[in-house]
Design a binder for this molecule. Sequence first.
Ligand SMILES: Nc1ncnc2c1ncn2[C@@H]1O[C@H](COP(=O)(O)OP(=O)(O)OP(=O)(O)O)[C@@H](O)[C@H]1O
Length: 305
Amino acid sequence: MTRNDELALDVEGLRMRYGSTDVLHDVTLQVRRGEVVCLLGPNGAGKTTTIEILEGFRMRSAGRVSVLGVDPASGDEAWRARVGVVLQSWRDHARWRIRELLQHQGSYYAPYSDSEVQRPWDADELIAAVGLTEHAHKKLRMLSGGQRRRVDVAIGMVGKPELIFLDEPTAGLDPEARREFHSLVAEVSGQGHTTIVLTTHDLAEAEKLATRIMILDGGRIVADGTAAELRDSIAGEDQVSWTLDGERHTESTTDATKFIFDLFKEHGDAVADLDIKKASLEDTYLTIVSRAEERAQTDTIGGAA
Ligand SMILES: Nc1ncnc2c1ncn2[C@@H]1O[C@H](COP(=O)(O)OP(=O)(O)OP(=O)(O)O)[C@@H](O)[C@H]1O
């Protein structure tokens, strides 16, 4: 197996222009098979555009894109059967009942079964996995927004895809449904065969699900790593709190270990209630995005000068 066979996604210099506006400038990324990658970024950063190009729903302006070894611009039916898609909003099929719809959608995948994967997913098993068993006979128009979302996820998964794109899969779900969805993703990814790429604005979700996080801002990938690596990349945000002579103190430091060593060296046992807060993923994300935006502004001013 060559290195490229192990890559689910291989993207280089991807550009997208709508009219005269460049939305993606130079997106380069790689995702290995079996990874769960979360694409984060502010509204309008280009996440959906990127995902839609990878899904083969949108034609790029420039760059090289390989999804499961195929250029999505020329992906055939057999390729499409290997890719699962959960769109941001799926408004069709209002008259269909859940079980019928999944059986119908699933039937397209039957010819693409092989010795390793039996396709499609059994409709009732899948309905149970997304927590809709008691609604299986209902028409889609009778479902709540959250229940519809679960159907969207089931539709994306019914063909047991090798790669699943989930665009804001938990938007509108209540905390319980969100948790159930997280278990479903963990279960699917735990089997090790499925690569998952999702977008979200929920940083706790990203931290919980993703083996790797990419931050897209202004049409460029501005950070790429595990949550811990991203935190380390913005050194300087740890907060140390302690009590001394009945008074509470808090300071930010780039080197918590040295800071605490010095604190004890100076005050010894008088230091109490020591607490160290590592930067949260939210702090990290906001810092990375604001730094990227400052850089982009400087480049624009520099370019204009
Ligand atoms: N069909 C289109 N024609 C023109 N501009 C578009 C089109 N689709 C998206 N855009 C613009 O491209 C930019 C990126 O949009 P995109 O939907 O990819 O962002 P996003 O990161 O997914 O945002 P959100 O978090 O709000 O979903 C935005 O400025 C948007 O207005």
